[in-house]
Design a protein around this ligand. Sequence first.
Ligand code: 8YV
Length: 321
Amino acid sequence: MTKPTILLTRRFPPAVEARAARDYDARLRQDDTPFTAAELARAAEGAAGILCAAGDPLGANAIRQLPASVRILATFSVGTDHIALEAAKARGIAVTNTPDVLNAATAEIAMTLILMCARRAGEAERMLRDRAWTGWTPTQLMGVTLEGKRLGVLGMGRIGQTLAHMARGFGMEIHYRNRSRLPAAEERGAIYHDSDEDFLGAIDILSMHIPGGEATKGWLDAGRITLLRPGSIVVNTGRGTTVDDAALCAALHSGHLRAAGLDVFAGEPKIFEGYHNAPNVTLLPHLGSATEETRDAMGFRCLDNLDALLRRGEEPPHRVA
Ligand code: 8YV
């Protein structure tokens, strides 16, 4: 039996590329820069599946240009906001994602940012690198301790719940805002809020885990930031588009917010200019899922989905469109 052809749009972990090459006529890339829409269409000529990632051109226009051979887009991400799902549906192209396998890694990055913000680790590290440390003092770089603080999880899905579990280990009290209240077994004592006002006014640290897209664009705007208590911390590991960057920067400069930790940005890899000189912001380059274990598991999940449709003619297990 001839192997189906798939295109891998980026360089993926070696174990993922090896499995792809074993089971498919796999088009691997040496160059790791994202294709343009026209390049993607050309590279996918004759391919039945595309293993793609965030940053690839998968808007409606690019999907319309894909060759007729393409039956499935398996994205190496849980988020699908970079893909025009309706356009894929209209073309009869299945879309799959990689839920669950990145819960721990992404929650770890949220916890990293919470710790860095609370303990001013970014500022402190920059001070040493700048050769600006003149010696220990009793009041130098005082942060806040996490024990007893109220963590507000916005979007209590799988990643949010994993973070809540970690934060309980630091002695934090968990509050959450979600589309709907979770069953008690998943809530595990976390306090549900049915309005943004209640939620934002009740917490010390906001951790954002909501998807991107039109519905959540600019969710954390000036009005909602005002609802946070003075001295609060904001962390975002979901999607950058959910934050109004100018409003967040203004609240950092005014001191209304103690600190912010961001792993995701609108318009990545460019970031809002104001973040470059805000002293109390910690910036990471979208590291959420970047562990060896997780990136292998994400790639294998993509291949499981491709296998289901292209090698066995079955419904892919993680189909989102
Ligand atoms: C991905 C992510 O690795 O899964 C997601 O939604 O944000 C990341 O962890 C990245 O988007 C590459 O596709």
